[in-house]
Ligand binder design. Structure first.
Ligand code: NAD
Ligand code: UDP
Length: 367
């Protein structure tokens, strides 16, 4: 079965880091993506950048996935055939401090979305899960059949969401669910127009490295030099965000054409150490990145990388971009946007619709 060019896909959290790159990849593949975002962790200026990048009007609605009535209205208005659910909060450390924020937004948000889908005859959903569901694996590479043992409230919310989706699929076979367990997304669109826009001090390695290289921070702290890894520093599976975005296109395509649910890892299958990232980044940017060794970061594991054979078998997808590509594109984004997205115009509410007190906003203007 071939898909109509105009298949419409709702992207909750589509203004965020991974969602915005997936928006661009979906347009490239001939889909019509619709962004639904409350902009709690993204900047509306990304919409102008996406318009510049794709040459197309960016269809978007401002609102919250916790508001099921609003989501259902959007699904029906655009006749969405599938949803990619990116919306959520994602800082592991913050989830330990504020677990209710995570259970409410991530688990409550998914339940609300699924209720909205149920009333709108839309039964295909791709879910942003995370490799953190595996906890500290007994060995690497990590296969999807490994036991899940989440170690933070954040990771726990992802596993709970996977369980909810599995229950739904078991109760009603009309549901098609694609669970994607991401490893470490990094990089940016090669145009330099969109990229990762962390607020405050970055928690993750790559945005920290780029901020040191651009002079915003003095030096990188390398957390731990005594892991049982080839050079003593932590090993991760870094994945170019455009490969990840294309993985979502493959996932949507698989759900809509083959009508089967799946749970797959998305990574490169290669483990790379912190020192290897640093030297690749220095090569790509031509800048020195000062660093010092610091104690291990609480909760970190020595190595983490994916077995990616199932993704290739189920989706016909594999990552093609190299570590050098990831560093080059991260650097281009950082260098051309040292402050991230500039202040842009806010999206006005659609005339005639009222926001109720203490409720997320009603749908904004249909772009
Ligand atoms: P992001 O914060 O850049 O994007 C999330 C978007 O969702 C933001 O634009 C935010 O404004 C929006 N949002 C949050 N709560 C919302 C709500 N209740 N209603 C509407 N919009 C809401 O994050 P990202 O890095 O693009 O991650 C996307 C998804 O992928 C998240 O679910 C995250 O947990 C998951 N994930 C990310 C990584 C990573 O390293 N970036 C790794 C594994 C999994
Ligand atoms: N890391 C580091 N310094 C930093 C941030 C991260 O040395 O400022 C290391 C971290 O210990 C891990 C790797 O870089 O070994 C990737 O960390 P990140 O937070 O990006 O991803 P995660 O640990 O969530 O996989």
């Amino acid at each position: 079965m071939t898909l109509e060019k105009t298949t419409t896909i709702l992207l909750t959290g589509g203004a965020g880091y991974i969602g915005s790159h997936t928006f661009a990849a979906l347009i490239d593949a001939g889909y019509q993506p619709v962004i639904l975002d409350n902009f709690s962790n993204s900047h509306p200026a990304v919409l102008d950048r996406l318009q510049q990048l794709t040459g197309q009007r960016v269809v978007r609605e401002r609102g919250d996935v916790l508001h099921a009535g609003f989501v259902a209205e959007v699904l029906r208005h655009y006749a969405c055939e599938a949803v990619i659910h990116f919306a959520g909060v994602k800082a592991v450390g913050e989830s330990v401090q504020q677990p209710l924020k995570y259970y409410s937004n991530n688990v409550g948000g998914l339940v609300s979305l699924l209720q909205a889908m149920e009333t709108s005859a839309c039964r295909s959903v791709v879910f942003s899960s995370s490799a953190t569901v595996y906890g500290d694996p007994a060995s690497v590479p990590i296969h999807e059949q490994f036991p899940c043992a989440p170690e933070s409230p954040y990771a726990q919310t992802k596993l709970m969401c996977e369980d909810i989706l599995a229950s739904l699929g078991a109760a009603d076979p009309a549901w098609r669910v694609g669970v994607l367990r991401y490893f470490n997304p990094v990089g940016a669109h090669p145009s330099g127009l969109i990229g990762e826009n962390p607020r405050g001090t970055p928690n993750n390695l790559m945005p920290y490295v780029t901020q040191v290289a651009v002079g915003k921070r003095a030096r990188l702290q390398v957390f731990g030099d005594d892991y049982l890894t080839p050079d003593g520093t932590g090993v991760r599976d870094y994945l170019h965000v455009m490969d990840l975005a294309e993985g979502h296109v493959a996932a949507v395509q698989a759900l809509l054409t083959r009508h089967q649910s799946f749970t797959v890892n998305l990574g490169t299958g290669k483990g790379v150490s912190v020192l290897e990232v640093l030297s690749a980044f220095e090569r790509a940017s031509g800048r020195r990145v000062p660093f010092e060794f610091a104690p291990r970061r609480a909760g970190d594991v020595a190595q983490y990388y994916a077995d990616v054979s199932l993704a290739e078998a189920v989706l016909g997808w594999r990552a093609t971009r190299t570590l050098d590509d990831m560093c080059r594109d991260s650097w281009r984004w950082q260098q051309t946007n040292p402050e991230g997205y500039e202040a842009g115009p806010d999206i006005p509410p659609r005339p005639g619709l009222r926001s109720r007190p203490n409720e997320p906003a009603q749908p904004a203007a249909v772009a």
